[in-house]
Design a protein around this ligand. Structure first.
Ligand code: NAD
Length: 325
């Protein structure tokens, strides 16, 4: 049976790839976002596919509007992606809390209302982040995973951690079940904003033949968005209990290593792409064994393959005059 899957923040980078997969799999994506922005969708979706995706303009932090729309849509699952990223939360923590914390609580309130009305709540999968962890220095040499103590040092990480605890509380108090996923540096076509968007934008810059600086030098965990979409959908489709959270891994490289991997496929990139600054404030050596055990058969896309796939899409966009940096 095709499933109706509501995607909040569905016009963003994650949403675009998740919609692509849902259409490929024959499910029914329904999108909620502030405004209908199809710029990222047009990278992966044909115009007739874009026209077929139902869109609802709702601010995630507007409780009444959220509850009313979810009641109208009656989703089987909600993939909650709407959020503000690290720099925005740093510059405007109050807006960050409103969207990232209150907005997430609204998703759970809407699911709770559906449970009260029908006896079952939509399955919730929400984007947490590896930013719930502090810098590598906090954790020594160990791999950081689901049993590590979160020690966020950014507003964004603190808000994401708050939502993880709230998710557990919604299970305890209301039996509304959820899965939270904690990726770090997600890359691929459509990644254009946020602290960890620079490696993707560096690939675009190298194709343009323009110099570009990645403003961090230390290690991070790189994961292609097609792989992350597979994780969100595996979680959204399986019956769930509890308020669980899984750390997401990736290929761990410093920025010099990323530039070498890029130059292996785009010779000359090493002359255009530079790295400056220090480490990201988030542990890189992430352990996703628990996620892969709970959901066997998840995709794994090594960095070289992910870069190659990104270059293929970016070259087509470049030829059409549509590749932005
Ligand atoms: N990109 C990454 O590497 C990464 C890593 C870890 C976690 N995450 C999380 O994953 C989620 C999706 O990330 P993304 O890269 O797709 O981000 P994005 O910025 O591309 O998309 C976010 C979407 O949320 C929407 N949005 C913002 N405020 C809203 C509001 N008040 N009401 C409704 N919609 C609103 C935006 O319009 C946008 O379409 C976010 O919650 C982000 O924090 C991202």
């Amino acid at each position: 049976m095709p499933q109706t899957i509501l995607i909040t923040g569905g016009c963003g980078f994650f949403g675009t790839w998740i919609i692509r997969r849902l259409l490929d799999d024959g499910d029914r994506p329904v999108v909620m976002d502030l405004t209908s922005n199809t710029k990222r969708w047009s990278i992966l979706l044909a115009p007739e596919e874009i026209a077929r995706v139902p869109f609802h303009a709702v601010a995630i932090d507007d409780t009444a509007a959220m509850l009313a729309e979810v009641e109208r849509i009656k989703p089987d699952a909600i993939i909650h992606l709407a959020g503000l990223q690290v720099p925005t939360c740093r510059d405007n923590p109050l807006a960050g809390a409103k969207v990232n914390v209150l907005g997430t609580l609204n998703v759970f309130e809407a699911a709770k209302a559906r449970k009260a009305a029908t006896g079952s709540s939509p399955r919730i999968v929400y984007a947490s982040s590896a930013a719930v962890f502090g810098p590598d220095a906090e954790y020594g040499e160990q791999q950081v995973g689901d049993h590590s103590i979160p020690r966020p040092t950014t507003h964004y990480g603190a808000f994401k951690l708050c939502t993880e605890h709230a998710a557990k509380a919604y299970w305890t108090a209301n039996q509304v079940a959820s899965v939270g996923l904690r990726p770090l540096t997600v890359y691929g076509p459509g990644r254009d904003t946020g602290m960890t968007s620079f490696p993707t934008r560096a690939i675009a810059a190298a194709i343009h033949g323009k110099p570009f600086d990645i403003p961090f030098t230390g290690p991070t965990a790189y994961i292609h968005m097609r792989e992350v979409a597979d994780m969100f959908l595996a979680c959204a489709r399986k019956p769930m209990t509890d308020g669980l959270v899984y750390t997401v891994g990736g290929d761990v490289l410093d920025t010099a290593g990323f530039i070498r991997a890029l130059a292996a496929q785009l010779p000359g990139a090493e002359k255009l792409i530079t790295a400056s600054g220090g480490n990201l404030p988030i542990a890189a050596n992430l352990d996703d064994a628990a996620l892969r055990k709970a959901y066997p058969g998840l995709l794994r896309i090594p960095l070289a393959q992910g870069i190659a796939e990104t270059i293929t899409v970016f070259r087509k966009m470049h030829a059409a005059g549509k590749l932005e940096i």
